[in-house]
Write a protein that binds this ligand. Sequence first.
Ligand SMILES: [Zn+2]
Length: 463
Amino acid sequence: MEPGDAEIVRLIYEKYLEPEMRLTTVVRWLNDHGYRRISRGISCPFNRDFAARVLDNPFYCGKIVYFRRANRGKEEKDQREEITVRGKHEAIIPEEMWERAQAKRRQGAVRYEKDEPDRISMLSGLVKCPMCGAGLVMKKSKRVNRNRGGHYKSIHYYACRYYRKSEGRRCGFHHTYNQKNLDGAVMEILGQLTRTEEFQKAFAEAVGDSSSEEALEGQLKDLRRRLHSQEHLKYKLGGELDHLDVLSDGYDKAYDAVQEKIDAAYDRIEQLEAEIGKVRKKLAAVREGIHSSGQISRILDHFDCLYRKMTCAERRELCRQFIERIEVFPEEQEDGRILKSIAFRFPVFYDGETAPGDPKLPDEMVSFQLDCRKLPVTVPEAKATYAEIKMYVMEKAGLKVSSLYIAQIKRKYGVEMGENYNKPENPKARVPKCPKEKELAILDALKYFRMVPETEEYEEAEA
Ligand SMILES: [Zn+2]
């Protein structure tokens, strides 16, 4: 430990124990006052994780605790008994101070209860910041409702992890993406992925069709020929070994030299046999016409249904299996488009099924990039202004519709209205109801602008 580090440790404890200070404010204070830490040889700002590790480690008050790290994240029954001993190193802070910091940490932990403890952001880390390339992480906004007291429902966003003050604001990208829209857009694309040219091309190349059968047979023939020649070499070298003159001066040296060649031949034989096994498996899969993408296609085609039954953690896990990275536009596009491209990576198993979460290593990974700009804009992304909808309805159906009617129909078919949309204060107030003819025309416009799915049908029920 450097003297400079000891000073920082002391500072973290002192600041944290000041009455109004919390973990985040300590971190901000350090960064604002120009303190830096060295991580992997690079100078970087302080963050919450680092400060928490310093505050929770008894090492700094001169103690060493065994099994502390090993117990982390384990259930209580599986934990090993922690052993605390006085270390030989010098304490940086008094034990009493460490205890006080711990007491404050425990107090603080209770205060941060989550509204939805199970909620996990599905694409955290997978969506990349258009400015610095780091993974976007969850940002929550909880706005106070000034009219009725309490809070509005929290809205979750994705934001650059390095825009946060606690990270020293290393990136200037402040745009945020509504999670519901972004997650929904990615979901919609996953649902139609197997029908895209990119997916089909990538899998045809990896798994092959009838034309690749010939190529694989050629490969197999070549590998067998090479194996045969290595075996012949091994046999020949064995003979050489037998014919060495035991009585000659250089016998030991010559023996070792030949033996080394034999060892190398064994290694190559093993390698070739493994390769032959792999090509044979692949060939069998192609001959049987089993597309290893079968299971993947089944998962993707029923993604919608599957997704609804999954927990947050399972959804995130599934996305992580298939998606390498997601690129987004840095600013809002005119048609509402957010997604630029998605890089996929699918595991392929030649002997039959591909099951996500399979502990077995895949035989091959199929990677490809999907250019989302070539696909129609997804429903969660799409948006059109009231003026655009009015104009479309006028041109297409020759009808004049009011914003009130459009709002009614949007609400009826579940188009996100945003929190600023005002419902009438008095539910009994007389509101003119949109006639069927106009409703159909507006619904048609909403489909045209992809704000509702193409399959949406007119419902007789009250708007
Ligand atoms: Zn960034």
